[in-house]
Design a protein around this ligand. Sequence first.
Ligand SMILES: Nc1ncnc2c1ncn2[C@@H]1O[C@H](COP(=O)(O)OP(=O)(O)OP(=O)(O)O)[C@@H](O)[C@H]1O
Ligand SMILES: [Mg+2]
Length: 509
Amino acid sequence: MVSRCTTIAFQGINAVPVDVQVMVGPGKMGMQIVGLADKAVSEARERVQSAIHASGLAMPPKRITVNLAPADLPKEGSHYDLPIALALMAALGALPGDALEDYVVMGELALDGTVAPVAGALPAAIGANALGKGLICPAASGSEAAWADPDMDVLAPRSLIAMANHFKGTTPLPRPDAKVQEQSNQSGDLSDIRGQETAKRALEVAAAGGHNLVLVGPPGSGKSMLASRLPSILPPLSPKELLEVSMIASIAGTIADGKLSSARPFRAPHHSASMAAMVGGGVRARPGEVSLAHNGVLFLDEFPEFSPQVLDSLRQPLETGETVIARANHRVSYPSRMQLIAAMNPCRCGMAGEPGHTCRRGERCAQDYQARISGPLMDRIDLRVEVPAVSASDLIRPHKAEASAEVAARVARARMIQAKRYGAIGEPTMTNASASNTHIERFAVPDAAGRELLEEAANAMAFSARGFHRILKVARTLADLDGSEQVGRVQLAEAISYRMAGERLAVAA
Ligand SMILES: Nc1ncnc2c1ncn2[C@@H]1O[C@H](COP(=O)(O)OP(=O)(O)OP(=O)(O)O)[C@@H](O)[C@H]1O
Ligand SMILES: [Mg+2]
C-alpha cells in the first residue's frame, strides 16, 4: 500500500509542492529514498527510523521505499524528515489514513522523535494556504507560520507522539499565536552627533526617498556613528513589506522565536564578506546580505576594503532590485531592493583633503584607494557627502541638536506622500529611488527655472543618463520633504550638489 502526504521544496522564496509517497512492501528489511534528494534528505532515512523506534513503533520487517515527486526537482534540506515519518506512520496504521490529506508537512526529526525547527516555515505556510491546505510544522516555527493567514489551520507538534495524540483526539494541539518582536531602539539617537549638519541632512534625504548614500571623511569624524543612527529615523515596514522581508528572513533561518519584526532591516556585513555571503548562493542556495536587506538598508563600512568582485556583484541588485543565482541544475532569484549606505576614508592614510595634510604617497594615495570602487558602482550612488573632522572644541561646546524622533516624523511624512503617489499607479511600496525612469519623468517635472539649471549643469558636468534620472529622483524626494508638488530650482540645485561632491572628490584624487 502507498501512503502519501504533501511537503514543499523552496525555489527562491517560493514553495513548490512535493508529493511524498511511502510504500511498505515485501523484500529485504530497510528504507530507501529516491527522487533527486541531496545528502541531508538522504540522511532522513536514519533519523526517521530512529525517531519512529523511539516513539514506540516497531519498524516492519519489510522493504520501505520513499519517493519524492516530481523526481526531476532537486530536494535540499532537512525538512523532509517529518513528512516521510508521518506518511510512514500512516502506512503503519499509527495515524488515520486520511489524517494528512489536508496538510502540507515540514520539519526535521531528532533521533528521540522530537521535531526540530527548520528554516522557511513562513513561505511554506503561504504556499500551503495557496493550495487550500493547513500546515504541520515544528513547534518552534509555529508562530512564524501562523502569520500566513489567521484562518489557516496550523499544527505545531513537539514530537511524533504529540502528533499521533492530536490525530487520535486525546490531546488536540492548540493553534500557535502570531507573535511580534518588541521594537528595541538600541541604535542611539541622531542628537548624539555634534555638527555634521550636511551629513545629517543627507541621511534624512536618503531615509525619506530610499536613496543610496556614501559618506567620505577622515578617521573618527563620525561616519560609522551617523550610519548607525539611520534605523532610528527610518519608518516601520508596511504590512506588505513586512511579509516580503519576513519570507526572506524565514528562508535564511534568521527569525528568532518565530517573532516577526516591523523594523526595517539594517544589515552591516564585515568587509571580509565573500561573494556567497553578500549576494547569496553557496552549496545550498541561501539569500545573501543584499536580499536580507530587502526593503531596508545595506550598510558597508570601510567601503573600499570590500573585495572588488564583491562590490561589483552589487551592481545588478542595485539596478533591478533582484538577485539571480544561476546554479548547475536550476536558477533561483531573491528580491533585493535595498538602499546602499557606504562609509569610507578618502585615502589609505585617511586624511587626504584635510587642511595642512599631505599624504606620504602623494596624490596616488587617494587615487589608488578610490579606484577600488568602480565607476559604474559609484554612478549608482545618488548622495555623496563629505564628512569633515570635528575638532575637540566642537565637542566640548554645549550643543542642541534635533532628536531622531523629529527627523523620523518628517521622513514618515515624505514616505506617506510617496506611498500615495505610487499607490495610485498600483505600486504602493515604491519609493522615489526605486521608481522607474518613466515614472520619475512623469512625477518630477521641473519648473522653467529648474529646467534651465538642469541644462547648465548637464553641459558643465556631463552626467550619464543614469545620473540625470538620479538627480531628478533626489530632487523629487527633496520636494516631498518640503511638501511641495513641483520640483523647483532649489531642490534641483541641492540634488546636483550631492552628486557633485563625488565628482569633486574624483577630481581631487
Ligand atoms: N560628530 C561627532 N559628534 C560626537 N561624537 C563624535 C563625532 N564624531 C566622532 N565622534 C566620536 O568618535 C568616535 C568614532 O567615530 P566613528 O567610529 O563614527 O568614526 P568614523 O568616521 O567611522 O571613523 P573611521 O574612518 O576610523 O571608521 C565615536 O564613537 C564618537 O564617540
Ligand atoms: Mg568607521
